[in-house]
Structures are given as C-alpha cells and as structure tokens.
Design a protein around this ligand. Structure first.
Ligand SMILES: *Cc1c(COP(=O)(O)O)cnc(C)c1O
Length: 411
C-alpha cells in the first residue's frame, strides 16, 4: 500500500471544542457531572425523547450498566446479533450471561427479527438490537416480541444517534439504549458514551451504579442527608472536560449530520450504475427508516473481490476497511458453541463488506478521488466480468484484445 492520503476516518473538529474545554477548566470542576455534562445530557434527552440520559465513559460501559440494571445473572441468555462489535455481547458475558447469536437480515444487515422467537428459551432475559450503520432495526416487531415474552430490550445505538424508525428516534424503543462518542462515531469526544433510560424506574439505581455504588447523586440533590455505599457499582462518570468537547459537537449536530448526509448521498448516486453493472450491492434503506448516516459500505460479489478492492484503493493512497468478524466464529464466540454455518447471512456479508472513507471533513475533491478509484475497479466475481472473460477465452486465438483491457481485480 502506498502512503495513506485519504484515511478511513478523521475525527471532526467544529471549532468550539477548545473554548468549552477551557471554560470547563476555568469553572474549576473537571470531575464528572459538571456544567457541560448536564448540557450534553439535556441535548441527548431532547434528541431521543428519553426519560433520562447519563453520560458514561464509553458505550461499552453504558452496556455494562444496562446488564447490571437488568440484574443479568450467570446462565441468563441474551440474544445479540453475530454481526456486531464485541461489546454488544461482552457487557452481558461479564455478568455470566450466555450470548445467543442471531443472524442478519440480508437487506439492512440488522438482526433478523423473524428468527428471534425460535432462539428464545425460558432463560432469555434481553434482546440487544444494533442499528447497523445507523439504519433502524424492525423495532415495532422486536418490542412486540419482547413484551409478549416478558424480556427486556437494550438498544446498542452506537451508530444510530439521530436516526429514526417509523418517525421515532432510535434509542427511544428499548428499556435502555447505549450511545457511543468514540472517535469513529458521528459525534465524538474521543472516548465516551451515554446510557439512555426510557424506563424511569431504572433511573435511581442507574445513578447509583454509575457513582461507585453510592447515593451521591441523591445527596447532591438534597434528597438524602448522607452520602454512602448502598449497592454494587463502578466508575462510569466521564470528566466534564470530555463533556465540554462533546457539547461543542452536539451543538453542531445538525451541521455534522447534514454534511454526512451529503457525503452519503453522493457516494450512493455516483456509484449506483457502477454497482449495478458489477453485482455490487449498495446499502438498502427501508422506507420506514430515516438513517443516521454513520457509514457507507459496499457488498462485493466475493471475498476475493473485497480484498482486491481494498488493495486497489490502497495503491492510490485511499484507506478502505472491512468490518466485524461474526462473533460466533471468534475464539470466544466458539466457546459458546458458535460454529461455521450458524449465521450464514452474517458469514457471507462479513466476507464481502468494505467501508469507504466517510468523515465530516472529507472534501468534495477527496471524495471524488475515492469515487473514481472505486469506479475503475472491476470485480472479477461479477457475472459481467466472468462472462467477458469466458467470451474472450473462446475468441482468444483470433482476438487482438489488448492485454490491458483484460479485467484483473488487482488493477
Ligand atoms: C463503537 C461501538 C461500540 C463501543 O463503543 P465504545 O464507546 O467504544 O465503548 C459498541 N457497539 C457498537 C455497535 C459500536 O459500533
């Protein structure tokens, strides 16, 4: 690979981050739950319509809090997509739960809601939908199943902030939802997250778990006269310095989302005919979903094509990357009984998926270079190229086709 000129991701900087970080420091309270933490929580409450939102040190920690709040015990089962980040499962495994991996829908790559019921047992406690690429899962169906079977729903909404399903905010459907503000997400502060609490009955205990098992939050509100150890817990409170950075990004959320939308639409329009011509699948956004513009991916005809495209882009300094290895095939996933063939859709799509550079500061010129480089690639596994190769081979003795017109996946 030549030197990277267009990276896969660059964190956005909107301009006010430094001002707010300075202000947080000048306010003299740089531990958690200060001025900026409150502002961020208010913004996120408005964005999701949640009863309460607590900033956390990461999405992983918000998921861990969810597992604690729902009293997940050893032997409990949690239904998680195989095609997701490790934390979706690990937060529950940490409490002794067994992850039950569910396959993906071929269109949105989200968990296939039609397979949930067959995977449920009396030990099933939680379903954890992940809104992949910020495109909503079938939350109406998932909530119906959960309600009828008395199990909880925790949305892993790391990709989905500001996305909507049937005109309702992602993150507002589950008992709880987890947000991420990791550097790779649309809105970020480097490392950070939030627990979105839709069931207000969980709020008091959530505050306690987040504050090392103490009732510090009630104490500061004057609701109790002693601040003491009352429950298990850990330290899930981010510094107000990070919240200050995050506030600057949340304030600019409309601008960030509008820019990401424009970049997404440009990829989608300008790659459409190339993709149709070479059996490459572009993202599918169902009519009931307003996506969060988190990612632009391609599904190539084969694993070899996917690898060849990554190489082809790397040759001209463009970094494109694949994504999750299905969890049921990882070393840890196999210990829970995961085997090749358990989730055939996830297995196939994971091999064929590549993500293109996608970030707030991606210039039109750089995006045009990415588009041009992708369009010059000929997937050897596509029908079109296979037919062309076959007919060229048949004519080979007579044909004067220049060798450079022969499609090779590595060009
Ligand atoms: C990024 C991500 C996480 C983890 O987020 P952190 O804030 O880094 O802990 C969890 N789930 C999904 C789907 C993610 O993309």
């Amino acid at each position: 690979m030549s030197e990277i000129q267009i990276p896969f991701n660059k964190p956005a900087l909107l301009g006010h981050e430094f001002d707010y970080v300075r202000e947080a420091i000048e306010r003299g309270k740089i531990s958690g739950d200060g001025h900026f933490t409150k502002l961020c929580q208010e913004t996120l409450k408005n964005a999701t319509g949640a009863a309460s939102v607590l900033l956390t040190t990461s999405c992983t920690h918000a998921l861990e809090m969810a597992a604690l709040l729902l009293d997940i015990q050893p032997g409990d089962e949690v239904i998680v997509p195989s095609f997701t980040f490790v934390s979706t499962a690990n937060a529950f495994v940490l409490r002794g739960a067994r992850p039950v991996f569910i396959d993906s829908r071929p269109d949105t790559l989200n968990l296939d809601e039609n397979q949930i019921e067959a995977l449920m047992t009396p030990r099933t406690k939680v379903i954890v939908p992940v809104h992949y690429a910020g495109v909503g899962c079938a939350m109406d169906r998932i909530i119906d199943i959960a309600n009828s079977r008395g199990v909880h729903v925790v949305e892993d909404n790391a990709h989905g902030l500001f996305g909507r399903f049937r005109d309702r905010a992602l993150g507002s459907f589950g008992n709880l939802a987890a947000q991420s503000f990791h550097e790779t997400k649309n809105i970020s502060c480097g490392e950070g997250g939030a627990l979105v609490i839709n069931d207000l009955r969980l709020n008091t205990r959530a505050e306690i778990l987040r504050e090392k098992g103490t009732n510090r939050a009630s104490f500061f509100r004057g609701q109790v006269d002693k601040y003491t150890w009352v429950d298990v817990g850990s330290s899930y409170v981010p510094s107000d310095i990070l919240a200050a950075f995050l506030h600057a990004q949340l304030e600019a959320a409309e601008q960030i989302q509008a820019t990401r939308r424009a970049i997404w639409l440009r990829y989608s329009h300008e790659l459409a005919d190339w993709a149709a011509g070479f059996d490459v699948r572009l993202p599918i956004i169902p009519a009931e979903c307003e996506q969060a513009y988190h990612m632009f991916y391609l599904l190539l005809p084969t694993l070899e094509d996917r690898q060849a495209l990554i190489h082809h882009l790397g040759e001209v300094g463009i970094m494109a990357v694949f994504h999750y290895v299905p969890l049921h095939l990882t070393p840890r996933g196999q210990k829970f009984g995961g085997r090749q063939g358990d989730c055939p859709v996830a297995e196939a799509l994971s091999d064929r998926l590549v993500r293109l550079p996608f970030y707030f500061n991606l210039s039109e010129g750089d995006q045009a270079r990415v588009i041009e480089a992708v369009r010059s690639f000929r997937p050897a596994g596509s029908k079109q190229i296979r037919n062309l190769q076959r007919s060229l081979a048949e004519q080979a003795p007579l044909c004067e086709t220049a060798p450079d017109r022969l499609p090779t996946s590595h060009r």
